[in-house]
Design a protein around this ligand. Sequence first.
Ligand code: DGP
Length: 113
Amino acid sequence: MNECIFCRIVRGEAPARIVYQDEAVTAFHDLNPQAPVHVLIVPNRHISGVAQVEPEDEPMLGRLFTVARRVAEEMGVDRGYRLVVNNGRPAGQSVFHLHLHLLGGRPFQWPPG
Ligand code: DGP
């Protein structure tokens, strides 16, 4: 998936403000932040979305959450933050490389829009 923007960010071929990277996942600031803290946590390997995850992806899926916890603590929003995964265009997914949105630093409403 050479043309995928998140694959290019993971490989260091496109600019991004990376806050964490290991062998499985990469976390970087969203280009269009919806909260004072808005970080995207993505698998390094291309997976289009939740609809494409397989049982063998479970370790990586767990890593997305442990990295979310770590980034939330490092950014000082661990008192309360929201994790969002948009899956499919009707749900608001616009980049078809699985990603966890970590949003923090402001109050959030429920239900979401
Ligand atoms: P979603 O709509 O759930 O697919 O979220 C995609 C997010 O990705 C959206 O909040 C904007 C962000 N985004 C899109 N292109 C780029 C990019 O090139 N760099 C960064 N850092 N974020 C991007």
